[in-house]
Design a protein around this ligand. Structure first.
Ligand code: CO8
Length: 259
């Protein structure tokens, strides 16, 4: 659906699936592509029938970065005035959990896009890196921020400063950047399976979990724990809490109604 030029957006049961689809440019993230991703994401976010979202690319490339051809003649003051690529972070405003299924290259903005998702699964041939320094720029969408939190300072420095130290899927798993490595041809199905599991839960609750975990990057421990406890308390005002706990006691499966 959606009539998109650079992506394919579809649903698989309760899962929204977005496939980046610019094969000739290894899914380089042009401005047009990113606007389409955002549009599809916010449509899924508003769709009650969708409980989780998966973003993937092709087997060769998740995304080989921002579109170098598009930005090569950029001028600083215009970037500033137009907030160049500011819309990239819109994805972090999506409330529903987003899973990245990364096959092949996730470089530069591609790696940053994956890191803006909530869970990353990698195909066994995946490659993560931040080669911006080799282009005479620095990462601009989290490569120097989210990557540190995922893999630690020394590794993040090595990756961003050399531009040529990339992480294999296995290394990314060992460092905690990704949570699972799957044979490339099974990756999308496997990711959708996890997304389906999440989508079956109470949507307000999965959104609260996402909100709380993301707050852990912003808040002190005391404030984070308070934030968590208050949302935890509010859960007792929902139908789904009554249903979930009654179902446990009655030894049956719960049916969550997202209310
Ligand atoms: N932008 C535009 N076109 C690209 C990109 C890209 N990032 N990556 C690949 N392509 C194009 C190539 O130009 C080529 O096109 P053509 O056939 O017309 O020449 C086609 O895709 C196929 O690429 P290759 O022939 O190079 O394929 P290889 O298999 O030989 O190599 C690589 C694959 C190693 C992935 C190689 O293409 C490569 O190094 N790509 C560039 C990777 C890179 O530097 N990425 C970082 C880009 S900068 C960035 O992401 C900054 C993000 C800032 C975000 C700021 C937000 C606020």
């Amino acid at each position: 659906d959606g009539n998109y030029q650079n992506i394919v957006s579809e649903t698989r049961g309760k899962v929204g699936l977005i496939t980046l689809n610019r094969p000739k440019a290894l899914n380089a993230l042009s401005s047009a592509l990113f606007h389409e991703v955002n549009d599809a994401l916010f449509k899924f976010d508003a769709d009650e029938n969708v409980g989780a979202i998966v973003i993937t690319g092709s087997e060769k490339a998740f995304a080989a970065g921002a579109d170098i051809k598009e930005m090569k003649d950029n001028v600083a003051i215009e970037c500033y005035k137009n907030n160049f690529l500011g819309h990239w972070t819109d994805i972090t405003k999506v409330k529903k959990p987003i899973l990245a299924a990364v096959n092949g290259f996730a470089l530069g903005g591609g790696c940053e896009l994956a890191m803006m998702c909530d869970i990353i699964y990698a195909g066994d041939k995946a490659v993560f890196g931040q080669p911006e320094i080799k282009l005479g720029i620095i990462p601009g969408a989290g490569g120097t921020q989210r990557l540190v939190k995922a893999v630690g300072k020394s590794k993040a420095m090595e990756i961003c400063l050399t531009g040529s130290v990339n992480l294999s899927a296995e290394e990314a798993l060992n460092l905690g950047l990704v949570s699972k490595v799957v044979p490339a041809d099974q990756l999308v199905d496997e990711t959708i399976k996890t997304a389906e599991k999440i989508a079956k839960m109470s949507q307000p609750m999965t959104q609260m979990v996402k909100e709380c975990i993301n707050q852990s990057f912003e808040l002190s421990l005391t404030s984070g724990l308070l934030f968590e406890r208050r949302l935890f308390h509010s859960g007792f005002g929902t139908h789904d809490q009554k249903e979930g706990m009654s179902a446990f006691v009655e030894k049956r499966k719960p049916t969550f109604e997202n209310k």
